[in-house]
Ligand binder design. Sequence first.
Ligand SMILES: NC(=O)c1ccc[n+]([C@@H]2O[C@H](COP(=O)([O-])OP(=O)(O)OC[C@H]3O[C@@H](n4cnc5c(N)ncnc54)[C@H](O)[C@@H]3O)[C@@H](O)[C@H]2O)c1
Length: 267
Amino acid sequence: MSAGELTGKVVLISGTGSGQGRAAALAFAKAGAKVVGCDVNVQGAEETVSLVRAAGGEMLSLHPADVTEPEVAARWVKMAVDAFGGIDVLYNNAGSLRARGPFAKSTLEEWNLTLRYELTIVYVPTMAVWPHLIARGGGLVINTGSISGHTEILPLRSAAHGATKAGVIGFTRMLAAEGALHRIRSVSISPGVIRSGATERYWTGDAAARAVGAGMVAKIPMQRHGECEEIASVAVFLASPGASFINGTDILVDGGMVGVSYSPISA
Ligand SMILES: NC(=O)c1ccc[n+]([C@@H]2O[C@H](COP(=O)([O-])OP(=O)(O)OC[C@H]3O[C@@H](n4cnc5c(N)ncnc54)[C@H](O)[C@@H]3O)[C@@H](O)[C@H]2O)c1
């Protein structure tokens, strides 16, 4: 992606207060897009706006904003349309894992929270943006799946998480079929083990947490975790002219973790 390739494009990104959302805001702005972010975390969201503007980019943000609430998603979309006249890309990045541990000890409350904060969090903003993408004559929806939509990551031990992330990937396929009628593409990105706010404890936390992180990395052929920028760059590519025939698919960005049942080998 060369700087300026997305000049003038209006890009909504959820969860810009941390991790992959922040990296995406910076990367899309660097490529020339007008970014409209949001987050429940006010401080993080404000910091990202400052970082983007300090780098010479253009960004607005709604915060606090819980985009599982239809009224909040509608306000977020209106902010973008009022400021920039339309929307080209929706990047459903925000999500938070709300259930862990043995299935037998799981609760319906955790299950419902996980559905809300990992699946409804994709549905609600997409519903709010969809008519605007149609009005624009086309666009792109990027949804955030996970390796957990493909395989079970045992330390997480979350049946609800596996269900929601597989759900995001399935939702994206149907959206792609519907969207093709309106020149709207839909693609999911499934990150692998990525260093972000959500996983920071696995790299810098106590010994037990770091052991979990090391255990996950041991299963990755590339023998390292990914960085948020390595997801953001894929999202920016998906919005670029070079990705014009990518639709209805899931892109794993995981260092080979899902594709390879890894054991150490030597050259
Ligand atoms: N980090 C990983 O290893 C990993 C792996 C696979 C998938 N993912 C997915 O990547 C996405 C981004 O996660 P991350 O790793 O950057 O985590 P993160 O916790 O660093 O960032 C997520 C951001 O989303 C925000 N958010 C959560 N719920 C929200 C809501 N209802 N409305 C608005 N904002 C909300 C949080 O406040 C936070 O700022 C998530 O969908 C996550 O499931 C992460």
